[in-house]
Design a protein around this ligand. Structure first.
Ligand code: ZN
Length: 277
């Protein structure tokens, strides 16, 4: 595949970022080090968690009806460790996320409320190279519905007009989209300095990680290939990098909402296809 480098927004230029994921712990497992960096750079990060992860956990002694409450509490604690103080839940049941108008509307509503310049969500494509650890059906569905909510819905004044009429939520166009578990990452974030915060956040998800005594080693092993691909492995004692797909939707134009969006990627390139650097 051709080598393409996309211009990225600097963290310092981003006021707000929205993270839309399927389950409590997704953001922290898959981008915790990156999100800690964003917070440290002054970005106000919001999590939108679509389900309560009610099928999660490892301990049969935990009453199943308690899981949603436990997982929400753990998610808030983990987010705080990474500097994220706005955590919202849609409360769907795990395994039920599907692309649909009502779910898209709810995500559009949060996009228009938060008005993020940067959006992070799951890739809507299977990644066969890490199928067992990443390809939950909710992840793929979250990517699909969230990308659709971001474009075209959120920025279209004629989509979901009730949000304008009832809540005065004007259209908002997200400028930059990052994707977890992209098949072909085109962006790596050096998380060497925030790796320990990520592990601390993962430890806060006790119902999911309380039995994983090698958690830090597991995460370091998972990040090692990224570190090598990002060129961090040379001369660093414990380098760590997170790999993400990144696509720029359009130039910023928040003052004139009637303008038509102009994708900066070639028109033949699907939004979710990450390009190899
Ligand atoms: Zn998940």
């Amino acid at each position: 595949m051709a080598s393409v480098t996309l211009e990225a927004l600097t963290d310092e230029s981003v006021e707000r970022a929205l993270v839309v994921v399927a389950h409590p712990d997704d953001a922290d497992f898959w981008a915790g080090g990156t999100l800690a960096r964003w917070s440290a750079a002054g970005i106000a990060v919001t999590y939108l968690i679509l389900t309560d992860g009610d099928a999660g956990g490892f301990d049969p002694a935990t009453p199943r009806e308690d899981i949603p409450r436990i997982r929400r509490s753990e998610q808030k604690a983990a987010a705080r460790i990474l500097g994220v103080h706005d955590v919202r839940f849609l409360g769907l049941a795990e395994g039920t996320i599907v692309q649909g108008a009502e779910l898209r509307r709810q995500i559009v509503r949060v996009i228009r409320l938060v008005r993020p310049r940067r959006l992070l969500t799951w890739s809507p494509q299977w990644n066969w190279s890490r199928f067992r650890t990443s390809c939950h059906v909710d992840h793929r569905a979250t990517g699909e519905v969230t990308l659709t909510a971001a474009y075209p819905d959120a920025g279209n004044a004629f989509a979901h007009p009730d949000l304008i009429d009832s809540e005065s939520l004007d259209p908002w166009e997200v400028e930059e989209i990052w994707m977890l578990n992209a098949r072909q990452p085109n962006h790596y974030v050096d998380v060497t300095e925030t790796f320990n915060s990520k592990i601390e956040a993962l430890r806060a998800h006790r119902s999911q990680t309380g039995h994983r005594y090698r958690l830090a080693d597991e995460m370091r092993e998972r990040l090692e290939p990224n570190s090598a691909a990002a060129g961090l492995a040379v001369g660093r004692p414990s380098p760590a990098a997170q790999a993400l797909g990144r696509a720029l939707r359009r130039r910023r134009c928040h003052h004139d909402r009637r303008r038509v969006a102009h994708p900066t990627l070639p028109s033949s390139t699907p939004l979710w296809t990450a390009r190899v650097r």
